[in-house]
Structures are given as structure tokens and as C-alpha cells.
Design a protein around this ligand. Structure first.
Ligand SMILES: Cc1cc2nc3c(=O)[nH]c(=O)nc-3n(C[C@H](O)[C@H](O)[C@H](O)COP(=O)(O)OP(=O)(O)OC[C@H]3O[C@@H](n4cnc5c(N)ncnc54)[C@H](O)[C@@H]3O)c2cc1C
Length: 580
């Protein structure tokens, strides 16, 4: 069995190994979990359905009434992931993500208000807090008496989080915090802040995480931001002026705050993914109803192939995103610790699938979709930011690709060591060398080494499984080749990295769909899985074309022309071929 502390499906995949035990059987909630979750979801549905009109009005007004936030607290929504011992519901990642999904179905602003509290605002306390810190804050966070916010971004530090300027200087038993954070979700009413500050004034980095509460003198927030979407959710700046924070409120180790931030963001991603899946399900319902009801050329538009294809594609995208999000949440719940790459993939995949879905749903609604009266334009505005916050999708693609390349580099380093070792200790050295040589030979010949094939899948998904194995080999060969070609400079080869990441995103999604459909077949028989089998076939066909395309061009200079045109426009500050 894979070691849950170190095993990562995707990192192994880039070395050409398919660790199928990590995926199979595809995680399913237990009967007990299903029962609890169904009860919570039914309560939520009853609470949110009559609010449809209010969500629309609150979006226009750009404000969520305090009374509604009180209702969310009373429904236990601020205690979802807090252990029962501290007064919460003790939900794992899967159940939590499913609840955010239900919120996302109704209203993005509501989902993000609850999500910012649980996914990121107080996640650090849960992951890394001392028992004393947890006892001090978790019970009040569970009831919503304290609402949490995550304070990392600053005017000069967005994606480059290590560049923050907020400072914390030690003074006796306290730290004195100074600085300003921007675009903080829940900033207007949160009482508990996970704040990242520099604890050494020299250079970049040296960041520490602090638990700060509203009652500490010097904490203030700016006005509500007037946003494109998620308009009724609170987004404000939060300023810290000479805030005296006791040393007992340091979260994790002094100087290790950057790692704390990354751990929090990694852990929170299945929440955002869940919200995106909820949004897609709702849009599929709306689009299907509209396509049935809207008559043009004497027929419901649902009868036109173009419309059917759009809705079918929404279903494929939603199924793939749901499979990935649930798989990653299931891995977290089963105790796998190395899921950063998989979690990043789930975020990119789900947020982009929702964006496409919202665009097509609006298109199916035609001109009506453009009117504020209907929910489509709000859905589009609300989901746009998903590709920007909690790590932009560009940065996450770089992270996904570089994690893979890093592992290949490690193996090459082992090879270099072994070459040295060959001289010092021929037996040990040749051992490592031959492992690497075997792997390269198996990749090159396609004959397969250990772990190059699926063995646990249902026989009827064999065709898609073979495709996955072939494309895995192509991925591993591409990663190896890129590294040999660029060495350390690979970090600046962003176009190649993007292609590698795109292939990885598609392959992980295919693996998740394969595992889910296969498990369904094994548990319920072929007939019960009929439609899901169709989704697998359709999705695998799309993945085949995309991965082949991404990897075929990975070494080419095809996009250099586009880069040069970009440089030219940036330099000139305009389009250069206006013919007037
Ligand atoms: C509604 C909303 C809510 C938010 N909530 C919070 C919150 O609760 N807490 C919090 O701390 N922050 C929050 N944020 C901030 C959010 O996390 C940042 O906007 C995000 O990290 C991106 O930073 P930036 O906006 O400064 O963009 P930048 O980092 O300036 O990026 C601009 C563009 O350049 C690209 N880019 C940047 N660096 C590179 C690179 N090396 N290579 C290639 N491309 C690159 C980016 O992908 C992006 O497309 C929120 C933002 C919004 C809009």
C-alpha cells in the first residue's frame, strides 16, 4: 500500500508510474455520512430556496444583511469543519466540500462567506494551532460568534506572497504588528484574522503567521469594495496599526509563515472546487429548462444539435470536475498528506469548467441571459474571480508543472549521485543507475515496467485505461526531455510548463473519471453505470486530443511568434496595425 505521508498520484505519474491503489476504490461516503449529509443539505435547501429573490436583490445592493448571516450561524455553517469536541460538526473534506457545493448552487456570495471562514480564515488554527489556541478560539468560531478571515494579500504582494511588507517586531512578550492587507473576504465583519507578517526586516521571506482578533487595539477595516461579482460578500482592506499581539498567538513556528500560508491554501481548495461544482449543477438545471421552454423556428431550441451539444458538454465538464474534487477530498479524508498538486489541479479544473459552463448557459439563454432579471449574468460575474483568488490559475499551472519536473530532477540527481557512487561503491551505484535506466527503457519502448499499467479497473473500461497508460508514458517522456533540455532554466519556460500542466490536469481528471466509473461498475454492475460509461467515453476522447496536442507542441517554438507580438505591443503600448 502507498505510504500516506509521501504518496502522490500525480507526482508518481510524471515518473511514469500509475499508483492505482491511491485512486481505487473511488471514495464514496459511508451510509452514516450520507445520512448526516442528506439531513444538512435538506435543511440548507429549505433555508435557501425561499431566498432566491433576496440573493438577486442583495447582489444589486452589494450587501448581505446581518440578519441572514445570523441565520447562517444558527444553521451551524460556521462550525462545519470544527471538531465536535470544540462544538463544531466535525465534517471531513468530502462532506464540507459537498455543503459548499449546495451553497454555491444558490449564491456565490454566501458560499464564499462561509468558505473564507472555514477554508482559509481559521484553517491554519485547525491545522497548526496548539491545543491551547484551539481551546481558546474554536468553540467561538464554531458558533460564528467569531467569523474568520485570511489576511495575506497586500497592494505590492498578490501572487508573489513572499513579498509582503506588513511587519511584526518583537517587544517583550508581544509582537507589534503594522501594515495593510487588501481584498480580504469577510474583512468588514470578521473578528478573527490569520495574518501574515514579516518578522525579519531583511530581504524577502522570514514570514510568520499570527492569530489576531478584532478586540486588539489598532485593527480596523476599510469600506466594502464595489466588485464585479460576489457583490454581497464582504471584501475590504484590513489595517493593523501598532497592534500588540501576544507571542502565544503565533501560529506555527516563527519564520515559517510562508509554509503555513501554502498549507492553508492547499487544504482549502476542495471547498472552492465544491462551490464550482454546485454552480455548474445549477446552471445545467437552468439551461435544460430554458432549452425545453424556448421555442424558435417552431421548435424548442432543445431540439437543435448545437444546444444539445452545449448542455451535453456541461454535463461532461461537471462530472469530470465533481470526480476530481471528490477524489481529492476523499484522499484528504483517508489521511493522504501529499495532495498539493492534486488539490491545485482540482481548483484549476473546476473553476475553468464553471467559467465555460456559465458562458454557455448565458449563450443558451440568448438576450434574456444578458438581462439582470435572470440569474445567468450574476453566475458569470460571481464565478469569474475563482480563477484569480486562492492562487491564480496561471501560478497554479506553474506550480503543478514544476512539482512534476522537480521530481524528475530529483531522480536525475539520484542518477548523478549514483554515477559518483559507481566509482565509490559499484554495487549501490549500479543499483540506482539500473532503476533509472529501466524506467527510461520502459518509457521508450512502451513495454512497461512496474506500475506502468492499471490492473484494478473493471475490464469494460480497458480501452480508456490503455489510452491513459499511453498518454502517461508520453507525459513522463516529455517531463524528462524538458528537464534535460532546459535544466534549471525550466522555471522560465512558462509556455512549456503550461503545456505540461495542461496535460497533467487532463490526465488526473481522466484518472478520477476512470476510477469513479470503474468503481460504479464493480459495485452496481454495467447496466447501472451505462450513462456514466458514456461520459467516460466522451471525456476520454476529448482528453486524448488535448493531451496529444499539449505534448506534441511542448518543445516547439510555435508560440514564439506570439510572444514577440506581445513584447511589441507591450513596448509600444498599443496595437500597431490600425489602418486609419
Ligand atoms: C473578490 C476577492 C477576494 C479576495 N479574498 C482574499 C482574501 O480573503 N485574503 C487574501 O489574502 N487575498 C484575497 N484576495 C486576493 C487574491 O488572492 C489575489 O487577487 C490573488 O492572489 C492575485 O494577486 P493579484 O490580484 O495581486 O494579481 P497579480 O499577482 O498582480 O497577478 C496579475 C496577473 O499576472 C499573473 N502573474 C503573476 N505572477 C506571474 C508569474 N510569475 N508568471 C506568470 N504570470 C504571473 C497572474 O496570474 C495574473 O494573471 C481576494 C481577491 C478578490 C478579487
Amino acid at each position: 500500500m502507498p505510504d500516506k505521508k509521501t504518496a502522490s498520484f500525480m507526482r508518481s505519474l510524471c515518473l511514469g508510474r500509475i499508483e492505482e491503489e491511491i485512486l481505487l476504490p473511488y471514495p464514496e461516503p459511508t451510509a452514516q455520512e450520507k445520512e448526516t449529509l442528506s439531513a444538512v443539505l435538506a435543511t440548507l435547501k429549505a433555508m435557501l430556496t425561499p431566498r432566491e429573490k433576496s440573493f438577486h436583490e442583495w447582489d444589486i445592493a452589494g450587501e448581505m444583511p446581518a440578519e441572514f448571516i445570523r441565520e447562517l450561524k444558527e444553521a451551524g455553517l460556521f462550525g462545519l469543519v470544527i471538531p465536535e469536541a470544540h462544538g463544531g460538526l466535525g465534517f471531513g473534506a468530502t462532506a464540507y466540500s459537498r455543503v459548499i457545493q449546495e451553497l454555491g448552487r444558490f449564491d456565490g456570495s454566501t458560499a464564499v462567506t462561509v468558505g473564507a471562514h472555514s477554508s482559509i480564515g481559521m484553517r491554519g488554527l485547525l491545522l497548526l494551532g496548539t491545543e491551547e489556541q484551539k481551546a481558546r478560539y474554536l468553540p467561538r468560531l464554531a458558533t460564528g460568534e467569531l467569523v474568520a478571515a485570511f489576511c495575506l494579500t497586500e497592494p505590492g504582494a498578490g501572487s508573489d506572497a513572499a513579498g509582503i511588507k506588513t511587519s511584526a517586531v518583537r517587544d517583550g512578550d508581544d509582537w507589534i504588528l503594522n501594515g495593510e492587507k487588501i481584498w480580504i473576504t469577510n474583512g468588514g465583519f470578521a473578528d478573527f484574522f490569520t495574518v501574515f507578517a514579516k518578522t525579519s526586516l531583511e530581504g524577502r521571506g522570514h514570514i510568520t503567521a499570527f492569530l489576531v482578533t478584532r478586540d486588539m487595539a489598532g485593527v480596523t477595516n476599510g469600506p466594502h469594495e464595489d466588485k464585479m461579482g460576489l457583490r454581497s460578500s464582504s471584501t475590504t482592506s484590513v489595517a493593523f496599526q501598532d497592534v500588540r499581539v501576544p507571542a502565544s498567538n503565533v501560529l506555527g513556528e516563527v519564520g515559517k509563515g510562508f509554509k503555513v500560508a501554502m498549507r492553508i491554501l492547499n487544504a482549502g481548495r476542495t471547498g472552492l472546487g465544491g462551490g464550482a461544482v454546485g454552480g455548474m449543477k445549477r446552471l445545467i438545471e437552468l439551461s435544460s429548462a430554458h432549452a425545453r421552454e424556448r421555442v424558435q423556428f417552431g421548435r424548442p431550441i432543445a431540439q437543435f444539435e448545437t444546444i444539445r451539444q452545449k448542455i451535453g458538454q456541461m454535463v461532461v465538464d461537471c462530472y469530470a470536475a465533481e470526480s476530481v474534487v471528490n477524489l481529492v477530498a476523499g484522499l484528504v479524508d483517508r489521511g493522504y498528506e501529499e495532495v498539493a498538486v492534486e488539490a491545485a489541479i482540482s481548483k484549476v479544473l473546476a473553476t475553468e469548467a464553471l467559467w465555460r459552463t456559465s458562458d454557455e448557459a448565458l449563450q443558451i439563454a440568448g438576450g434574456a441571459g444578458y438581462m439582470r432579471e435572470l440569474p445567468y449574468e450574476r453566475a458569470m460575474r460571481d464565478c469569474r474571480v475563482n480563477r484569480i483568488f486562492e492562487g491564480t490559475n496561471e501560478i497554479l499551472r506553474l506550480f503543478i508543472a514544476l512539482a512534476a519536473v522537480n521530481d524528475v530532477a530529483e531522480e536525475l540527481k539520484d542518477l548523478a549521485h549514483s554515477m559518483r557512487d559507481v566509482l565509490a561503491d559499484p554495487i549501490k551505484g549500479f543499483g540506482v543507475l539500473s532503476d533509472y535506466a529501466k524506467r527510461r527503457a520502459s518509457l521508450a519502448t512502451g513495454l512497461g515496467g512496474a506500475k506502468a499499467k492499471f490492473t484494478l479497473l473493471a475490464p469494460s473500461v480497458a480501452e480508456e485505461a490503455r489510452q491513459f497508460e499511453d498518454q502517461t508514458r508520453a507525459l513522463a517522456v516529455a517531463a524528462d526531455r524538458l528537464l534535460r533540455k532546459h535544466g534549471k532554466r525550466i522555471v522560465d519556460e512558462q509556455l512549456a510548463c503550461r503545456r505540461l500542466a495542461d496535460a497533467m490536469i487532463d490526465l488526473f481528471s481522466l484518472a478520477a473519471v476512470l476510477a469513479r466509473v470503474s468503481t460504479r461498475i464493480e459495485d452496481h454492475g454495467e447496466a447501472a453505470a451505462g450513462r456514466e460509461r458514456d461520459i467516460l467515453r466522451a471525456f476520454a476522447g476529448q482528453v486524448r486530443a488535448r493531451v496529444d496536442g499539449a505534448l506534441a507542441g511542448i518543445d516547439s517554438d510555435g508560440e514564439r511568434d506570439v510572444l514577440a507580438l506581445g513584447d511589441q505591443a507591450i513596448e509600444a503600448g498599443r496595437y500597431g496595425w490600425d489602418n486609419l
